[in-house]
Design a protein around this ligand. Structure first.
Ligand code: SF4
Length: 701
């Protein structure tokens, strides 16, 4: 058989790197960066070759599994889908529509079929109990976009191709490869900023891989980023640095005044005492930011998932706006993608229209905070969740209080998982539906083109054939929806949806044709290295989609949150604060069953500062116990001055030591689950986002 060369975008992370894949007789021979890719220019990270390993992983499920008397058995698609659909409907008939919940994991947006076809299926279930990974780490971005610009998916990204001063707070793009910011080759782009005499400043409780490449690192006490940001806002007002530029007419002046009054108390003394950054350092950083020609603030997980995560993202947007670094080159900008996911106006912000049953936390975009899922299942009473659908997510490892979720999932009347692995979550299911995945699927990264630092469009055909009899994810969702509607009609007489059905290519084709660039899928297919649609351009106020067409710089919900912040007490009743971290070869829990991604030294360690280690008589490699309010875990210590004193860091995604999983490589390494310590009761009061940074813990030796 001749060796074929296939080009496609990598779907493992947000960077959407172009890949050149050699295939012989439906076997992957090699994977390397596509030098001609219009966006990534040949860049890839070590995870790219993981796609081959994922494709060949003997633990990957190819056929549906059904549990009978506690044992798993392979079954037919017909039986598995009918069983799943009928069980969902039966639970709803007995206990009401909301008795069935849906959890969608992060890979949902990395798979075209799931992105396009799961929404119709989820809508057909008609439940208000929907959860996803969004509320674990990125809800603040969407809430700010929804309330300030009119659509939660209209999220600005830092124009790092043209900025002179990039401030990264709580993010580590050298390892994440960009998050809520699609930017392949971060290392090269950092180098470009420095070559044009720009600067990069990282603010983080840990000296990260990005800090190593940056010009300055500032340590900050975990969870206090909001004080740093409010202090900067105060500095901007005090020093008359407000420059609204072309946005002046789109912003109500009285709101600018109201913000000035609200931030008045955030002086250097109070910010220094909260953040543990010296007044001199704060003053220098604030001055540098205000003096930079083209500056941009970017905040990610460290600020997104803490007690004031929602407010942090309002503050970042507001600072970029107030200082003239918004919707301008080198500041925070909006994309103009071929498939625009944020064109629709919401008549009212989609926030707080209903609340979670037990803790009364607000919905956003039709989803409730995932930290409430376990209690919404376990707490008896009207509206209790009795059945669950999970789609490419592993909440037992990725949502706070995984042990409680274990108990909750085990108590369900029925559970179905659409997933390629028998993992820590899906082991609780009654039936698992594994779709064809990765290199076997066509791809178009809809979500990530919407967050990209340069406008491109890139469609990929499948690189290899799926295994015989396998179904694609869109086929599974379509068949589930059809079966649910037909069975419900039979049992209750409820009418089926009369919406026409489409194929994957038809759906994508419509979205492209009706998008701003009016592309045809056929035309796009002629460009295997992608189409360059140009640099980001100013788009406001024209693209604002708020009800009054203005930029709402100070929505009501943030006014109340600022009051809460001002009245908040300093919390010193903890020995340590726990933060997470990520490893380049890992993608939360996804990649741990791939030998090449997990070989070498154990990376699931607790980082402890040398002075703290001395106090507790801890040596490098010692096993220490870390206790939070909910649990205690044992983990090897790694003594390092890269972590701030008083802080401990454990990576996310580990903990493959649960019974009943079928992940040979991951089980061998096991590690400890961060979310066995993360407390489900800790959420940002404003947005409901989980608190997975600055969790109070103690050390036991
Ligand atoms: S950076 Fe992300 S998209 Fe690029 S090769 Fe690595 S995992 Fe794939």
């Amino acid at each position: 058989m001749p060796i074929e060369t296939k080009y496609r975008t990598c779907n493992l992370c947000e960077a959407i790197c172009g890949l050149e894949i050699k295939v012989e007789d439906n076997k992957v021979i090699s994977i390397r960066g596509d030098e001609e890719d219009t966006f990534s220019r040949g860049h890839i990270c070590p995870k790219a070759v993981g796609l081959k390993d994922l494709h060949e992983d003997p633990d990957r499920l190819k056929n549906p599994l059904i549990k009978r008397n506690g044992q798993w058995h392979e079954t037919t698609w017909e039986e598995a889908i009918a069983y799943a659909a009928r069980s969902i409907v039966d639970v709803q008939i007995t206990h009401g529509k909301d008795a069935v919940a849906v959890y969608q994991g992060n890979p949902s947006v990395h798979n075209l079929g799931t992105s396009l076809f799961s929404p119709d299926f989820v809508r057909s279930i008609k439940t208000k109990n929907r959860y996803s990974a969004t509320s674990v780490d990125q809800l603040g971005h969407h809430l700010a976009a929804e309330t300030m610009f009119g659509n939660g998916l209209f999220v600005p990204v830092p124009d790092i191709n043209r900025t002179d001063f990039w401030v990264i707070i709580g993010g580590n793009p050298m390892v994440s490869n960009g998050s809520m910011m699609t930017a392949p080759d971060i290392r090269g782009r950092i180098r470009d900023i420095q070559e044009r005499e720009g600067r990069i400043v990282v603010i983080d409780p840990r000296f990260t891989e990005t800090s190593e490449k940056a010009d300055e690192h500032i340590f900050i006490k975990p969870g206090t980023d909001i004080w740093l940001l409010m202090g900067l806002m105060n500095f901007v007002y005090q020093n008359d640095n407000i420059q609204l530029g072309h946005l002046a007419d789109a912003i109500d002046e009285y709101k600018i005044e109201a913000i000035g009054q609200a931030v008045d108390s955030f002086d250097l003394d109070i910010v220094a005492s909260r953040t543990k950054i010296s007044k001199e350092k704060l003053s220098q950083f604030y001055t540098d930011y205000c003096n930079a020609n083209r500056a941009v603030l970017y905040g990610r997980l460290g600020i997104s998932a803490n007690k004031f995560g929602g407010l942090c993202h309002w503050a970042i947007n507001t600072l970029n706006i107030l200082t003239g670094n918004f919707d301008t080159e080198g500041g925070a900008m909006f994309t103009n993608p071929a498939v625009n996911v944020s064109s629709k106006k919401s008549p009212v912000p989609r926030f707080g229209r209903w609340h979670s049953r037990v803790r009364n936390l607000p919905e956003y975009g039709g989803e409730l905070p995932s930290s409430t899922l376990a209690e919404d299942i376990l707490e008896p009473g009207e509206g209790q969740i009795r059945a669950l659908i999970t789609s490419c997510g592993n909440p037992v490892l990725s949502v706070p209080n995984g042990r409680k979720l274990d108990d909750a999932f085990e108590s369900l009347d029925f559970m179905v998982s659409i997933d390629i692995y028998l993992n820590e979550t899906t082991r609780h299911a009654d039936v698992i539906l594994p779709p064809a995945t990765g290199l076997e699927t066509p791809h178009y990264p809809i979500g990530f083109h919407n967050l990209a630092i340069h406008n491109t469009a890139n469609y990929s055909d499948a690189a290899v054939d799926k295994s015989e009899g396998a179904l694609y994810d869109w086929e599974i969702f379509s068949r589930l929806k059809k079966e649910v509607e037909e069975y419900r009609l039979e049992k209750t007489g409820e009418e089926k949806s009369d919406k026409p059905t489409f194929t994957l290519e038809q759906k994508l084709g419509f979205l492209l044709e009706f998008g701003p660039h009016k592309l045809s899928l056929e035309e796009l297919k002629k460009h295997p290295h992608g189409l360059d649609l140009g640099a980001l351009e100013p788009q406001l106020p024209k693209r604002l989609i708020t009800p009054d067409g203005k930029l709402n710089i100070y929505p009501d919900i943030y006014q109340k949150a600022v009051e809460r912040l001002v009245n908040s007490q300093v919390e010193e009743d903890h020995e340590f604060l726990l933060i997470g971290r990520r490893n380049l070869r890992s993608n939360n829990s996804w990649m741990h069953n791939l030998h090449r991604m997990t070989k070498g030294p154990n990376t699931c360690t607790a980082l402890v500062h040398p002075e703290d280690a001395e106090t507790y008589n801890i040596n490098d490699g010692d096993h220490i116990k870390i206790r939070s309010r909910i649990n205690v875990v044992e983990i090897p210590a790694e003594v390092s001055d890269e972590i701030m004193k008083g802080t401990i860091s454990i990576p996310h995604g580990w903990g493959h030591n649960r019974e009943g999983i079928r992940l040979q490589t991951a089980s061998a390494k096991a590690g400890v689950s961060f979310n066995d310590l993360a407390d489900d009761q800790l959420v940002d009061e404003l947005s409901g986002v989980s608190v997975i940074n600055a969790i109070p813990v103690s050390i036991e030796v």
